[in-house]
Design a protein around this ligand. Structure first.
Ligand SMILES: *Cc1c(COP(=O)(O)O)cnc(C)c1O
Length: 472
């Protein structure tokens, strides 16, 4: 067998197996409501170990359908509200199929996927109100987008020389709200800034307290530090709250800081009508934005976006082209600028296609309406919780998150234990997936609704299941 190239030897058989597998995929997607998360049985897990090759794609298709597909995270199910997991659009199935067929490397050069990614970025630039000429890149997710954005900020603060010399003795400091996502801390660790130099500013009336922020910046300057970046949150992961981005932009201008916005899911309220879009007012004034298509734009994993206002600053932080990657004005080595000059990766997959497919099929209006519905569902969940005598919200419903406790009459430790138990019971029974989070000393049930398959009825069902699991 070893002299045969790793390719189908019988294309007719391959075609039949692939068609059959496609049908199974379609059936599963169409009936997503019948497929909640389920634990992976021990024997299935053991079977994943790499054994002798079967040499036959028909066998592969069978295994994919029976041993792989059933054991997903469950976030395609309409009552999956855990963490912030996007639900995945059916258009993704078509685009991933074509992307795998094309096998494009979108690091650069002159081919369709490059232009498609530019089109997606240009669309996002317009939606968020970034100026013409702003640059961007599709990445794995907001975590990587944050590294890219803060590296651009750091190179701007210290000058392009720092790429050669390193950061030296400069003590850079960054500022963010109390509820900033851990990915910002991780990015600062990776960049050698260090989390000791991340100031977490307490909340005021609306997100970060501006007085406390200005005082912290002044104290750092007085102590010889170099404030360089301010990170605003559009949609906090615990509660869905928003910093006042307009006020942050004012501070950034006054203090000469790079304003970065973590809008992983929340940034997309810009599509959801005026009331919700108002939460993110000022987002277009940021120097950079990190957000995800794979959360609240429902596009399959993975796809995030780093958007940078100043293309020159973006390029200055990442461009490096050894001679073997030299561009040409004609032929395949054309197509400047290349995405490898705007991010970490040289070889890159075709993430744009699944986004482009969603945008060109459903359009921002339908996607925005789904986002608005998710917010209405979070409000409905909040109302249902408030309507139960023993349940209570742990935080106001601002956008698409609802965090609550199933029994406010118990002491905090007992409430936390109960809420954890309910989350686990409902996950295991396949009724609904809530995650948990700590708010004011209580571990509560948390629903982050970024699911285009969720209906009002699902919200009623989920809260009824919580009430039942509590033992009422
Ligand atoms: C999910 C999330 C992140 C991290 O994004 P990934 O796409 O998972 O890397 C950052 N910030 C917030 C607010 C998030 O919800």
């Amino acid at each position: 067998m070893t002299d045969l190239p790793p390719d189908p030897q019988d294309w007719d058989a391959f075609r039949r197996a692939a068609h059959d597998l496609l049908d199974r995929c379609l059936t599963r997607l169409e009936n997503a409501a019948d497929h909640p998360w389920q634990p992976v049985p021990e024997e299935v897990r053991a079977g994943y170990a790499i054994g002798p090759a079967q040499g036959d794609e028909t066998a592969l298709a069978r295994r994919l359908a029976s041993e792989v597909m059933p054991y997903a995270t469950g976030n395609t199910h309409p009552r999956f509200f855990g963490w912030v997991h996007g639900s995945g659009l059916a258009t993704g199935l078509m685009s991933e199929m074509v992307a795998a067929t094309m096998n494009a490397n979108v690091g650069g050069r002159d081919h369709g996927a490059v232009y498609m990614e530019r089109a997606v970025i240009d669309w996002a630039r317009g939606v968020f109100g970034f100026p013409e000429g702003a640059s961007g890149i599709l990445v794995t997710g907001t975590s990587q987008a944050t590294v890219i954005a803060l590296q651009a900020a750091r190179v701007r603060a210290l000058g392009p020389e720092m790429r050669r010399t390193g950061q030296g003795a400069a003590r850079l400091t960054a500022y963010a709200g109390a509820s900033v996502h851990s990915s910002t801390a991780k990015a600062l660790e990776l960049l050698g800034v260090g989390t000791e130099n991340l100031r977490q500013i307490p909340d005021g009336a609306r997100g970060m307290d501006m007085g406390a922020l200005r005082a912290a910046i002044a104290a750092d300057r007085a102590a010889g530090a170099q404030p360089f970046a301010l990170v605003g949150t559009a949609g906090a992961v615990d509660t869905g709250q928003f910093d006042d981005l307009d006020a942050l932009a004012d501070v950034a201008v006054d203090e000469g800081l790079w304003l970065h916005v973590d809008g992983a899911f929340g940034a997309w309220v810009v599509l959801a009508g005026d009331d919700l879009a108002a939460l993110a007012h000022g987002i277009g004034r940021a120097d950079s934005l990190a957000c995800d298509f794979h959360k609240w734009m429902y596009v399959p994993y993975d796809c995030g976006l780093a958007l940078i206002r100043d293309e020159a600053a973006h390029r200055a932080a990442f461009a490096v082209r050894p001679s073997y990657l030299e561009g040409q004005d004609r032929g395949l080595a054309g197509g400047d600028p290349w995405f490898c000059d705007y991010g970490i990766d040289l070889s890159r997959g075709n993430r744009a296609l699944k986004v482009w497919s969603a945008l060109t099929t459903y359009g921002p209006e339908r996607l925005g309406a789904a986002i608005a519905r998710n917010c209405a569902q979070a409000r409905l969940m909040g109302d249902l919780v408030s309507g139960q005598s023993h349940m209570a919200l742990l935080a106001p419903v601002v956008s698409n998150l609802c965090v609550f406790t199933a029994d406010t009459w118990l002491d905090p430790a007992a409430q936390s234990a109960l809420n954890r138990r309910i989350a686990q019971d409902l996950q295991l029974s396949g009724q609904a997936v809530f995650s948990t989070t700590d708010i004011g000393g209580v571990t509560g049930l948390r629903a982050a609704i970024v699911n285009h398959r969720t209906t009002k009825a699902d919200i009623h069902t989920a809260i009824a299941a919580v009430a039942q699991a509590r033992g009422t």
